[in-house]
Design a binder for this molecule. Structure first.
Ligand code: SAM
Length: 244
């Protein structure tokens, strides 16, 4: 069965909504709210942009789209107006305060050496009423915990099996990677209206090859009925509006 066939099988099984669909919905709402506040001037940051961005689909509705990452991605990113090479955990002055209406940070939290510092930066760079959409892995899932717990060398040997390219295999830290920790860190950073959803995403994430797809599918099925243990966390949180 091809990779496309495996993903079609997942859609038929309907284990949980794909992360991509949840992120798309959240971004649609966040950009809609920003359009209401300042039509035509919506600005968005893809924080830890890598080379794939869910914000790309919204390009016609975004006036300024900035990507930020530790590294220059291997492929050009023509959907961006600007790419800034920066450590999101360190650079308080990476961007001016209140620069963005929307921050997307997709599968990054597990890589941050200092997640509270990064979340505080996102909070400061967002305008009042702005929205953060973040996705990350959940170490309450036993397979995720095992993967994060592997010695670096062993994990580096496994990563090419589950990642599209070697360039997509980034060092993992996993310092803020369960639903309670993510919620607490967002609240500590000053976010409100925090909404966390967990979904089974292992079969999709590991779906390049049959054996890892099958392992991922088993992992997703094992935790379907245990929301706090599903593999992946989608977090949406807001900066209080002025006068709120
Ligand atoms: C798993 S990739 C996700 C890429 C993309 N957001 C996606 O969803 O496909 C994680 C990205 O976060 C970046 N990253 C990790 N730590 C970072 C940091 N401290 N500052 C900036 N970017 C960072 C990595 O370089 C990498 O591009």
């Amino acid at each position: 069965m091809t990779e496309a066939g495996r993903f079609a099988l997942l859609s038929r099984l309907r284990i949980s909504p794909p992360v991509g669909a949840l992120v798309h919905e959240a971004l649609d709402r966040a950009i809609g709210a920003a359009e209401g506040r300042s039509p035509g001037t919506v600005s968005a940051l893809d924080a830890g942009c890598g080379r794939v961005s869910a914000l790309r689909a919204f390009r016609p509705r975004i006036g300024r789209l900035v990507g930020a990452d530790l590294h220059r991605p291997s492929a050009p990113l023509p959907h961006l107006d600007e790419l800034v090479i920066v450590d999101l955990c360190g650079a308080v002055d990476g961007f001016a305060r209140e620069s963005f209406d929307v921050v997307l940070s997709s599968f990054t939290l597990e890589h941050f050496a200092d997640p509270p510092a990064a979340l505080a930066n996102f909070r400061g760079w967002l305008r009042p009423g702005g929205t953060l959409v973040a996705t990350t892995v959940n170490r309450r899932h036993p397979f995720v915990a095992a993967y994060l717990g592997l010695p670096d060398g062993a994990r580096r040997r496994l990563q090419p099996l589950v990642k599209a390219t070697a360039g997509d295999a980034h060092p993992l830290v996993g310092a803020c990677n369960d639903p309670d920790a993510v919620r607490a860190a967002l609240a500590d950073a000053g976010f409100t209206d925090i909404r966390l959803t967990t979904v089974g995403h292992l079969a999709r994430a590991w779906g390049r090859h049959w054996p890892t797809f099958a392992l991922g599918l088993l992992g997703d099925l094992l935790t379907t009925a245990m929301p706090s243990r599903r593999s992946t966390i989608v977090a949406v949180a807001r900066v209080p509006a002025v006068g709120a």
